[in-house]
Write a protein that binds this ligand. Structure first.
Ligand SMILES: NC(=O)c1ccc[n+]([C@@H]2O[C@H](COP(=O)([O-])OP(=O)(O)OC[C@H]3O[C@@H](n4cnc5c(N)ncnc54)[C@H](O)[C@@H]3O)[C@@H](O)[C@H]2O)c1
Length: 254
């Protein structure tokens, strides 16, 4: 299998490391604005190849992992799917744009789109439970002031409302809100509460779900990635484990 990794930052480099260890992956093509990031990965991992001609690479890859930005989802998503390759999207916030979402979903006729659980805990159970319907779903995110570029001395609720509004006002929180909405009640019926808490140093996400299947509560207390304090380590590991699942015959937790 040949894999294309779009974006060689915190998440992308974790995916490249995973690809290096997977027997099924033959070549790992890497695309990034910054050549130095690709070179760094090439020096570390012998499966890494730079992308000189994207059209040519798209003919060779079976799987692409977007770990770059919402702009990259717009720029490369449809091209990947039109070429017949599967696509893992990490910048899931891009899918709030209904036109883009429809275009990508329709382009995936002969391929698949994977939306990993990212920084959340329990999204798999929420998705299963939503088969029977959703009575109420809430995501409460607690972040330290530096993660929100704020300066507060007391715990402060900075936003409470539907996911559609939250992703516009707080784009940095957009991926978790977007993936939870897509897995459950949609952007208008998924409630987001964002709290700035000066007493913590982790990003904490708590899902509360109620429906005919029961009640679910999932909390992740995320430590930052070793090489990017802005990204939860769990999000990078979720991208890597998605690639491992795709490459393996046994899927755990699906
Ligand atoms: N789903 C989740 O739970 C979750 C969690 C954290 C981050 N994310 C998202 O995943 C993406 C990657 O996160 P990260 O922490 O690895 O970021 P990062 O800043 O560490 O790395 C991103 C890399 O992508 C490159 N890049 C950006 N746009 C590009 C483009 N159009 N073409 C080529 N290269 C491009 C940048 O040069 C950079 O090297 C971000 O959009 C982030 O919001 C998702």
């Amino acid at each position: 299998m040949n894999v294309l990794v779009i974006g060689a930052g915190s998440i992308g480099s974790t995916v490249v490391k995973e690809c290096q260890g997977l027997e099924r992956v033959e070549n790992c093509y890497v695309l990034d604005h910054h050549d130095a990031r690709i070179k760094e990965l090439q020096d570390k991992y012998d499966k890494v190849r730079p992308v000189n001609d994207l059209e040519c690479v798209l003919q060779k890859v079976e799987l692409a992992v977007e770990s770059a930005s919402q702009e990259a989802v717009k720029e490369y998503g449809k091209k990947v799917l039109d070429a017949g390759a599967d696509l893992v999207i990490m910048s899931i916030g891009a899918l709030v744009d209904e036109q883009l979402r429809d275009a990508l979903y329709s382009a995936a006729k002969n391929s698949r789109i994977y939306l990993p659980t990212g920084a959340l805990c329990g999204l798999d159970a929420v998705y299963s439970a939503s088969e029977a319907g959703v009575t109420k779903v809430t995501l409460t995110t607690r972040k330290p002031p530096k993660s929100l570029n704020m300066d507060v001395e007391e715990t402060t609720v900075v936003f409470q409302g539907p996911a559609r509004e939250a992703v516009k006002k707080f784009p940095k929180n957009v991926n978790v809100a977007a993936v939870l909405s897509l897995a459950s009640a949609g952007f208008d019926n998924t409630e987001i509460k964002l709290i700035c808490d000066p007493n913590i140093d982790q990003n904490i996400h708590e899902i509360n779900f109620k429906g005919p299947a029961g009640e679910l509560i999932g909390t992740s207390k995320n430590l930052p990635s070793p090489d990017n304090p802005g990204t939860s380590y769990l999000a990078a590991l979720s991208a890597a484990s998605t690639v491992r699942k795709i490459c393996s015959n046994v899927w755990i937790g699906v």
